[in-house]
Design a protein around this ligand. Structure first.
Ligand SMILES: Nc1nc2c(ncn2[C@@H]2O[C@H](COP(=O)(O)OP(=O)(O)OP(=O)(O)O)[C@@H](O)[C@H]2O)c(=O)[nH]1
Ligand SMILES: [Zn+2]
Length: 205
């Protein structure tokens, strides 16, 4: 039986552990269900490898996003800070197949010294991407974490991705891309601020 701790998600979806043995048993079962022989030469180490791969791909389940943004700098910049084209690899929670693309993350600091390191924006993308996800939730979780920790005047997050569940199976439309956005604060309420950010994202190349 599954224990309560395993079923219960903590703050912001944080889970306590990755169960390597259980994951290996599940992969072995999957191979058997596919009619494969998990004991044949090429597959002997596969359950352990796949389990480790999932541990890595879902590492964001075991990390507190607020820690990523814990350190702030005293900088009186009060206009847009935008990091574009952050490579993003996630897995859709419906098929456990990858979706990948880029994220653009911007915020307007509130001027009271809460400016974060630029790499932390990419770390935040990574953390939420490394969970079983849907693209809409990934996008809004990144935005909401920034709002929570930095109390900025505005936030914009745009994610553009191809879903392999739409490419390699099902509808099979390789190359189709999905764009999602989450805007908060001034970047939502002010058309001028939002257009400035969107223009910078669009014209980045
Ligand atoms: N909104 C949203 N849908 C997603 C995402 N990732 C995958 N999906 C969709 O999840 C849906 C699951 O639909 P179902 O009908 O339950 O499953 P399915 O029979 O495998 O669907 P098909 O992919 O159409 O074959 C599909 O339409 C996927 O395209 C995502 O990040 N956001
Ligand atoms: Zn999918």
């Amino acid at each position: 039986m599954t224990s309560t701790t395993e079923q219960t998600s903590g703050k912001d979806g944080i889970r306590p552990v990755f169960d390597q043995d259980r994951a290996e048993r599940a992969v072995r079962e999957l191979l058997l269900a596919c009619g494969e022989d998990p004991d044949r030469d090429g597959l002997q180490d596969t359950p352990a490898r796949v389990a480790r791969a999932y541990r890595e791909m879902f590492a964001g389940l075991y990390t507190d996003p607020d820690e990523v943004l814990a350190r702030t700098f005293d900088e009186s910049h009060e206009e847009l800070v935008l990091v574009t084209d952050i490579p993003m690899y996630s897995n859709c929670e419906h098929h456990l197949l990858p979706f990948h693309g880029v994220a653009h993350v911007g915020y307007i600091p509130n001027g009271d010294g809460k400016v974060t390191g630029l790499s932390k924006l990419a770390r935040l993308v990574d953390l939420y991407a490394r969970r079983p996800q849907v693209q809409e939730r990934l996008t809004s979780q990144i935005a909401d974490a920034l709002v929570r920790r930095l109390e900025p005047r505005g936030v914009i997050v745009v994610v553009e991705a191809e879903h392999l569940c739409m490419s390699v199976r099902g509808i099979r439309k390789p190359g189709s891309r999905t764009t999602t956005s989450a805007v908060r604060g001034l970047l939502r309420s002010s058309a001028t601020s939002r257009s400035e950010a969107i223009e910078l994202i669009r014209g980045r190349r």
